[in-house]
Design a protein around this ligand. Structure first.
Ligand code: 13P
Length: 260
């Protein structure tokens, strides 16, 4: 049984480091007794340093992006970029890659693939986001997700697969998508099974089984239980609801209380 993981993606929030630190301190206190859930918070880059100084063994830090290369000297002439090595040296353990909000700026599977390789070689665990924009009646969305999984993971060593977390985030369910719709655990289950099969086809069933698959898209404290219990996933990736410490901690509590 893989350990369940609850990840908060703060996106470009909050507006001040003070709010970020207060959230983190409060959450660290509230989860101090949690036992079985892995908890990761992915704030904007600029808050990582401060948050890494707040003592907690229960909450790990993740970044929301990284530079695609690992320059041989560790740094280089790449204005505006942050390297995986820098993140690792700060104590960051995870990095979200291929989020649909970054793909909207032109990031494609090939760039995500490079970033995954760079992140892995620096010692980070990639949280790779995949997901279709819309569901069509001819089920082309399966092909879209299959292509994303295959191209993003092309050439990754089989020994590294257990470090990869795949997050299925259908864009039509993300809270900021116009005319969004709610996804239900059946949507998650169907795609999680399909992603597992795709992973199995490109590696082996045993290796595919080691990859954690998450659901993300408007998960909140009211529907998290359904996804975690019936969505065939190893955790959830939470956006908007992770900005509220109460809501996020409630999702962690739900996960802790699950029988599995
Ligand atoms: P919401 O939970 O706000 O829909 O965001 C989902 C997401 O994009 C997490 O990465």
């Amino acid at each position: 049984m893989k350990r369940k993981i609850i990840i908060g993606n703060w996106k470009m929030n909050p507006n001040t480091g003070k709010v970020a630190s207060k959230w983190f301190q409060e959450a660290a206190r509230l989860v101090s007794r949690s036992k079985k859930t892995e908890i990761v918070i992915c704030p904007p880059f600029i808050y990582l340093d401060n948050l890494s100084r707040i003592r907690t063994s229960k909450i790990k830090l993740g970044a929301q992006d990284t530079f695609a290369e690992n320059p041989p000297a560790g740094g280089g002439p790449f204005t505006g970029e942050v390297s995986s090595e820098m993140l690792y040296n700060l104590g960051v353990g995870y990095v979200i890659l291929g989020h649909s909000e970054r793909r909207a700026f032109g990031e494609n599977n090939q760039i995500v693939n490079k970033k995954i390789k760079g992140a892995l070689s620096a010692g980070l665990r990639p949280i790779v986001c995949v997901g279709e924009e819309e569901r069509d009646e001819s089920h082309k969305y399966f092909d879209i997700v299959k292509k994303q999984v295959k191209e993003c993971l092309a050439g990754i060593s089989r020994d590294s697969f257990h470090k990869i977390i795949l997050a299925y985030e259908p864009i039509w369910s993300i809270s900021t998508t116009k005319a969004r719709r709610d996804a239900v655990p059946d949507d998650s289950r169907e795609m999680a099974v399909f992603i597992r099969k795709t992973l199995s086809d490109i590696t082996t069933p045993a290796i595919a089984n080691k990859v954690r698959i998450l659901y993300g898209g408007s998960v909140n404290e009211r529907d998290a239980e359904g996804f975690l219990r019936d969505g065939r996933v190893d955790g959830v990736l939470v956006g908007q609801a992770s900005l509220s410490v109460e809501k996020f901690i409630e999702i962690v509590r739900i996960c802790e209380a699950l029988k599995n």
